[in-house]
Each structure stands twice: as structure tokens, then as C-alpha cells.
Design a protein around this ligand. Sequence first.
Ligand SMILES: Nc1ncnc2c1ncn2[C@@H]1O[C@H](COP(=O)(O)OP(=O)(O)OP(=O)(O)O)[C@@H](O)[C@H]1O
Length: 475
Amino acid sequence: MSDTNALNNALNDARILVIDDDPDILTAARLVLRRHVGTIDIARAAEGLADRLKTERWDVVLLDMNLTQGKTDGADGFAWLERLRAADPAASVVLMTAFGGVAVAVEAMKRGASDFVLKPWANERLVATVMAGVSLARSRREADDLRLRHQALSATPAVDGATIVGAAPAMRRVFEVIGRAAPTNANVLVLGESGTGKELVAREIHRLSARANGPFVSIDLGAVSENLFESELFGHRKGAFTDARDDRPGRIVAASGGTLFLDEIGNLPLYLQRKLLTVLERQEVVPVGGDRPVSVDIRVVSATNVPTAELQREQVFRQDLLYRINTVELTLSPLRDRREDIAALAEHFIAIYARKYNVARRRLSGEALALLESYRWPGNVRELKHAIERATILAAGDRFEPGDFPAVTVPTAGAAASPAAAASPGEAEPYDLDAIERRTIARALADHTGNISRAASALGLTRAALYRRMEKHGL
Ligand SMILES: Nc1ncnc2c1ncn2[C@@H]1O[C@H](COP(=O)(O)OP(=O)(O)OP(=O)(O)O)[C@@H](O)[C@H]1O
């Protein structure tokens, strides 16, 4: 590619703003630059400028130092230079000054301007200066993106080096599908109740994929408040809304080159489903308040505990998005439907927590194992994991006994019962799961004095899952 072509390509999608009080200068700048630059905006002196700075971005701003007729001290220029730099530190500000204003221009460069041109300018010199400004702005933005991406990544919790335990037929099928789908770039939808291991599976798909060395970025759409969805996912430009004090790349950009895990995808509002679909189709994202798309390279693994039938309702979920995300579909069965895995899972967690709390690894007594195997596990594997952690900390003996699992209650005869779930003596527990769930949640909330995180953890639920259940039961 010749230098001229490189120059033209570099500037084709560049955005330039020219600020001057003299309409002839604005016209002249536009005439010279329009052959080289994608977008040339103009501002007649400071007209509407403050508002535009809140929402628009340019690579280069050509700024006249004196925006008021007859003034030559550059005071206007200095004031706007400061505001421009504050609004978008990556943009290059190039000053325009009349002959004799060189001292002012030099001072302005000390204050952050990247270059200056003397009026009247030589056209080639103006083009070359603007080009250098564009390239400076782009390298600053790239550096910023990397830094922000790094920040976004370090804000994502670390992987807990997890192994997926399971030998039940349903789990063997799951492993088979993971093994086949992981190396492809296919989007995967993981279905299953809360706590069945959907995120673990998503991480495993990432680990076995060609993207394993790239980032795994997850976002729980059940936990993010609805007004933050958009900027969390798509990022925002500084000033896009009141609290947007900095540019933020968003999870999609952070996941580029790796895997984006969208937990509780069923919670994504319809208007953002369309936006997500566009991202997946075009592999580019436009941040909130931004006007330029950012290219990304993402593979999406989504999860939901909403049954597929629910997602197939057009009023709830866009079907075109569903087709995009469920190229491969995987269902994790509830733990109560794969009881043969309970012993191995319990052993797995016993080993993990013995190490974590630096205590001897204890065995489960026959009765304790029988109890764990007969319980319904509404919180699935997460609940089992918490039960083992709690027992590891609190149990006194050198074997785990049923009494070490006070929250594990089996309403049928014989097994240990917790006070809350038990019916009064002589009275059979009615088969009313909803009522039991409501009571259990109310008790957990009371035990943890309304602390949602602790109550959720004790119940083996995510905060989001607890919120949903609280809402369902009007708690
Ligand atoms: N088969 C498994 N082997 C080992 N650990 C497991 C298994 N399944 C789940 N876990 C563990 O149980 C916990 C819950 O799993 P995970 O967070 O993946 O569930 P989830 O289905 O994504 O839950 P939610 O829908 O509530 O987000 C995690 O700590 C996970 O490591």
C-alpha cells in the first residue's frame, strides 16, 4: 500500500471537529480536509459546544485560540483546551493561531495541546498535522482500551480451578456434548435449575476451546440492576449519562478473544436482546453514548433456569436471538435426579474444605450419606457444597453424622428433621412445597437478620435466585 493510500485509509473513519468564530475558516478547513477525513464537524465559536462535548467524540479537534472577535490573548482557547482535554483525554487538540500567536501556542502545548498550525495554513501541512493527531488519538485510545480491559478482567472473580464431578448417565451425556461442542465456536445454551453447575460447565467449555488462553468473562443478568444492563454489557463512553465519569469497555469488549458467559439470559430485557443480537451477528459493539462500533471476537455461552418452553415465547424472548445462542443446547438435571452422584460430590467437597480449613479429612457415616442421598436438594449442588462446608467448620466428631447437616431434612419418617421444616408431633407434613419454601426462606432471612447475601449463601442460592423467590412469596 502506498503512503498516500495509507493516509487516506487512516483518515476515512476519522472524526474531526473544527472550532472557529470565523465562518470562512470553517469552510476552508472543511474544503481541505473533506478529501481525507470521514467526518468533519464544525462549531461556530462556542455555540452549543458544551453540550456536544458531553456526548460526542472526535479524534482531532482543531481549535482557534481566540473565539471572540478582537481578542488575541488566547484566554478562550486555554479555557476550551482544558474542557476538551477533560471531556476526552485521548482526543488530540490542534490549535490554530494567527501569525504572532506562537508564544500562546507554545504555552497551550505545555497544557496538553498536541500541535498547532499557523493561519493562513499550507494545505498539506494542515492535512499532515491532522493525520498525526488522528494517529496519536488512536494509540491513546488503544492504550486506554487495554487498560480498561485489564481493569474489567481483574474485576471478574477468579476461576476456582474446578473439576466437574459426575458419573450419572445424565452427566455422561453432558460431558460428551461439552467435548464435542467446546472446540467449535458454536454458541452454547446451558439449561438447568439454580445450583446445578451451569457456570462450571460454561468454564469447562471455555477451558477446552481454542480460546482457552483468552478471557472468560461472566455477567449475571439476574443480579445486575436493569438500568445498568446496557452499560455493563456494551460499555459506555464518558458522559453518556450522569454517572458515566469515564469510558468503560463493558463485558463484551472485555471478553473479546475469549468467552462471554451470560448467566440468567432470560432476564435480558427485550430491547437489549435486539442489541445483543446485532453484536453477535456483526461481532461489533457500540458503547452507550458512543458512535463508533468497536470490533470484538466473542463466543457466547448462556445459561438460564427458565425452561426452554418459556424462552420460546416471543413476548419473553426474541426467537432470532434464541437461535443465535442455542446452536448447542445442554441440560443439567437437578441433583435429585442424579442421586448416584451425591456420594462422589460430597467426597469432592469434603476434600476441598478439609484443605481450605486445614482440618483432617473426615468420612461420612452410613446414616449421614443415606440422609444426603435421600434429601431433595432444592438448591442442587450449590446447596450440597454449602452443607459440607458448614459441617466441616462446625462438626465435632471425626466422622460426619446426620446431626452435622441440620438444614438437610427429609420429611419422611426416620431421618433427622430441622425445627423449621418439621411438622408438629403427630401431624403429617402437608405436601406443599411452596409453603415449605416460603417458610425456609423467611427463616433464613430472619436468621441472618435480613442480610440477603448470607441468607442466600445459607440456602445455597445466588442472591438473584433468592430475590426472585422472595418476590414470588411476597417476602
Ligand atoms: N458437577 C459438579 N462438580 C463439582 N462442583 C459442582 C458441580 N456442579 C456444581 N458444582 C459447584 O456448585 C456450585 C454451583 O454451581 P454453578 O454456580 O455452576 O451453578 P449454576 O447452575 O450456574 O447456578 P445459578 O443458576 O444459581 O447461577 C459451584 O460452586 C460449583 O463449583
